[in-house]
Design a binder for this molecule. Sequence first.
Ligand code: SAM
Length: 254
Amino acid sequence: MRNIHVIGIGAGDPDQLTLQAVRALRSTDVFFVLDKGEAKSDLVRLRRDLLDAHVPQGTYRVVEARDPERDRAAGGDAYSPAVGDWRGARAGIYARLIAEELGENGRGAFLVWGDPALYDSTIGILDEILDGGSVRFEYDVVPGISSVSALAARHRTGLNRVGRPVQITTGRRLAEGFPEGVDDVVVMLDAQQAFRTYADEDIDIYWGAYLGTPDEILVSGPIAEAAPRIERLRAQARERNGWIMDTYLLRRNP
Ligand SMILES: C[S@@+](CC[C@H](N)C(=O)[O-])C[C@H]1O[C@@H](n2cnc3c(N)ncnc32)[C@H](O)[C@@H]1O
């Protein structure tokens, strides 16, 4: 039976790779790497560097494929169908890679940024392929250090306050309103900088971009003061690197 590891590789710092992840890397014959295009090829390079550092050369193959384009302009009611189409296209590519590149008893792996359980579609897509029945395999998941853990560590803060909940959400959701019933909110996938909506409120922000990489930027403080600074740094870094990944914690004061 084909076997696949879904390996969380941490959110940018090669030292965040766990010993469990290294063991899984070393037991893999074929790595599947999805390339999102030129701007994010840094992320593909980082995956290759991890392999060079931890897996003896000549013991594995890397198979690259192009990630399907997602319709990022689709908003409102069109958002979910657009994501569904994209996932379907991705499932088709994954199924083909597994069927064509892995022998009947081959061992493959997908290297997932951060932790596979957090805003990542790999697990869902593999389940979709298994449900479709076009190719058979077993898979397991190796947890990784997520950008959320990295953010909290770099700011030397906890995510929740004593006995209180914390919510993880997206910039898209935050733009619709501050989540009810929580005062500590971690925001990911925020291309629109939704934190600006709350610049007049008594909220502290802990922001981090390119966490764990040499380009890392950290800003924290009352949102009214920090927001303009983050906007400026974010624009400059995006211009310089061609892409940006940032995450932040909003902490509303009682
Ligand atoms: C598709 S999600 C993947 C999350 C990933 N599975 C994790 O556990 O961190 C991508 C989002 O994660 C966050 N992210 C991932 N890596 C990051 C990093 N090195 N620095 C800051 N944010 C990061 C950003 O909010 C980005 O928009």
